[in-house]
Design a protein around this ligand. Structure first.
Ligand code: AMP
Ligand code: GLY
Length: 415
C-alpha cells in the first residue's frame, strides 16, 4: 500500500521509519517532511493544516492509510475531512482531540469520571483568577486553555510571577483570547504513557520519559523536550497496571460515553506522586520525542495496528526488550530565538538512528531549520549502554550552532 504521514518533525521521522519496516508498505509520502525524512519517503510540499489539499493528495495518489503527527493538523479537522471523503486515517476527530486542545474539556472529563488528577478551577476573568490564586498556597500552576505549543503552562513560585502570567493570558491575550485553568501543585517523577485507542479498545505502548528543561540538571526554561528514554525502571509493573486500569481505559470508555470515541494515540502525561499516579495532561497524538524512543522498540508491524485502530479491528503488540535513549541536538538559543541555516556535517559517520526534527536540504548540504534539529537514538541491552551509544554518536555530528544535554536518563541512571 501507499501511505501518507502528515508532519515535519522527529516524531514523523520515527513513524516513517516504523512504516518503512512493514512489508505491507510500498511507498511512503510525507507532507511536508524534512531533510532526514526525504531519505526514506517522498516529501510533498503541503503544510500540516492545509486539510483539503492533503485530502485531495490522498485521493489522487491512491493513499490507503494516512497517519497524522501534529496536534495542529488534528485541531484543523484533518481527520474529520478525510473520514467524510471515505479515506482511511489514523488520528482522533476534532471533537475527540479536545482532550488535548481544551484543558477545561480534559479536566471536566476527569472530574466527571473520577480519573485521578490535580484539583482545578477555570477562569476567564482576570480579577477572579487573581483573587483565587492569592488565597491559595504557592507555587501556583496556571495553564492557558488552548494550544500554546507547550508554552502555556506557568508554575509560579511567587504571587508576582502568577500575576504576570495571568495578565499575559487573560488581559493581554498573549496566546489569543481564552481561559485559564488554575491547578493544585503536584510533585513526583513524570512519565509518558502512550496507548493506541480505538473506541473501548486500548493497546498500551512501553513507557517513556521526556526531559522538558533545556539544560543539564533539569535547569533552564521548558522546551518541547530535550531527550527521552525507555523503559523506566522507577515505574513498577503495578504502577503501569494502575495507570492502564484507572486512567487510560476509563478515559477511552468516557470518550465513547461522551459521544466522541477516541481513535488514535492517547498520550497520558502522568506523575507518580506520594498520593498515587495522577494525570498532568492528555495529548491526542504521539509524543515528541517519546515516539522516537518507543517505536524503535515495537516488534509488531505498525501498519496492522494503525489499520486496526482506524477500522475498529484487532491487532497484537509485541515489544523488544532492548533499551533506547535519545538525545536532542537543538539550535543554540532554543527555546528562545535562534539562527537557522547552519550546515550539519558528520551524519554519515553515525551508526545510531538519527531522526530529523528541524532540518532542510540546501543544495546537497543539510542545514538547521528549527529549534530542535536532530534526535540521536542509542540502543543497548541496558539504558546505560544506550546512553553511551547515543553520546558517542552525538560527538560525531559536527555543527557549530547546536547544543545538547549530557544527562538524559539521569532519573533512571544516576544515584
Ligand atoms: P503540561 O503542558 O500540562 O504537561 O505541563 C507542562 C509541565 O508543567 C509538566 O510536564 C509538569 O512538569 C508541569 N506541571 C503541569 N501541571 C502541574 C501540576 N499540577 N503540578 C506540578 N507540575 C505541573
Ligand atoms: N513530549 C511531550 C509532548 O509531546 O507533548
Amino acid at each position: 500500500m501507499q501511505v501518507l504521514v502528515i508532519g515535519s518533525g522527529g516524531r514523523e521521522h520515527a513513524v516513517v521509519d516504523a512504516l518503512s519496516r512493514s512489508p505491507q508498505v510500498d511507498k511512503i509520502f510525507c507532507a511536508p517532511g524534512n531533510a532526514g525524512i526525504a531519505r526514506q519517503a517522498e516529501c510533498v510540499a503541503i503544510r500540516e493544516t492545509e486539510v483539503e489539499r492533503l485530502r485531495d493528495f490522498a485521493r489522487e495518489n491512491d493513499i490507503a492509510l494516512t497517519v497524522v503527527g501534529p496536534e495542529v493538523a488534528l485541531a484543523a479537522g484533518v481527520v474529520d475531512c478525510f473520514r467524510e471523503a471515505g479515506l482511511r486515517i489514523f488520528g482522533p476527530t476534532q471533537a475527540a482531540a479536545r482532550i488535548e486542545s481544551s484543558k477545561e474539556f480534559a479536566k471536566e472529563l476527569m472530574a466527571k469520571y473520577a480519573i485521578p488528577t490535580a484539583g482545578f478551577r477555570a477562569f476567564t476573568d482576570y480579577e477572579a483568577a487573581r483573587e483565587y490564586v492569592a488565597g491559595r498556597p504557592l507555587p501556583a500552576v496556571l495553564k492557558y486553555d488552548g494550544l500554546a505549543a507547550g508554552k502555556g503552562v506557568v508554575i509560579a513560585a511567587s504571587m508576582e510571577e502568577a500575576d504576570a502570567a495571568l495578565k499575559d493570558m487573560l488581559l493581554d491575550d498573549k496566546f489569543g483570547a481564552g481561559k485559564v485553568v488554575v491547578e493544585d501543585y503536584l510533585e513526583g517523577p513524570e512519565f509518558s504513557f502512550m496507548c493506541f485507542v480505538s473506541g473501548h479498545r486500548v493497546w498500551p505502548m512501553v513507557l517513556a520519559q521526556d526531559h522538558k528543561r533545556a539544560y543539564d540538571g533539569d535547569k533552564g526554561p521548558n522546551t518541547g523536550g530535550m531527550g527521552a528514554y525507555s523503559p523506566l525502571p522507577f515505574i513498577t509493573e503495578e504502577d503501569r497496571r494502575y495507570a492502564l486500569e484507572h486512567i487510560m481505559q476509563p478515559v477511552a470508555d468516557a470518550m465513547v460515553a461522551e459521544g466522541c470515541p477516541f481513535r488514535g494515540v492517547l498520550y497520558g502525561g502522568l506523575m507518580k506522586t506520594p498520593q498515587g499516579i495522577q494525570v498532568i495532561e492528555f495529548n491526542a497524538r504521539f509524543g515528541d520525542p517519546e515516539t522516537e524512543v518507543v517505536l524503535p522498540r515495537l516488534k509488531s508491524d505498525i501498519v496492522d495496528i494503525f489499520c486496526a485502530v482506524a477500522d475498529g479491528g484487532d491487532a497484537q503488540l509485541e515489544w523488544h526488550d532492548f533499551a533506547t535513549l535519545g538525545i536532542v541536538l537543538a539550535s543554540k538559543g532554543y527555546p528562545g530565538s535562534y539562527e537557522k541555516g547552519a550546515e550539519i556535517k558528520g551524519l554519515d559517520a553515525v551508526s545510531c538512528p538519527v531522526y530529523h526534527m528541524g532540518t532542510k536540504c540546501d543544495g546537497d548540504r543539510i542545514v538547521t531549520a528549527g529549534g530542535r534539529v536532530l534526535f540521536v537514538v542509542g540502543r543497548g541491552a541496558t539504558l546505560s549502554e544506550a546512553r553511551a551509544a547515543a553520546l558517542a554518536d552525538v560527538a560525531r555530528i559536527d555543527c557549530d550552532n547546536l547544543f545538547h544535554r549530557t544527562d538524559i536518563g539521569h532519573w533512571a541512571l544516576d544515584d
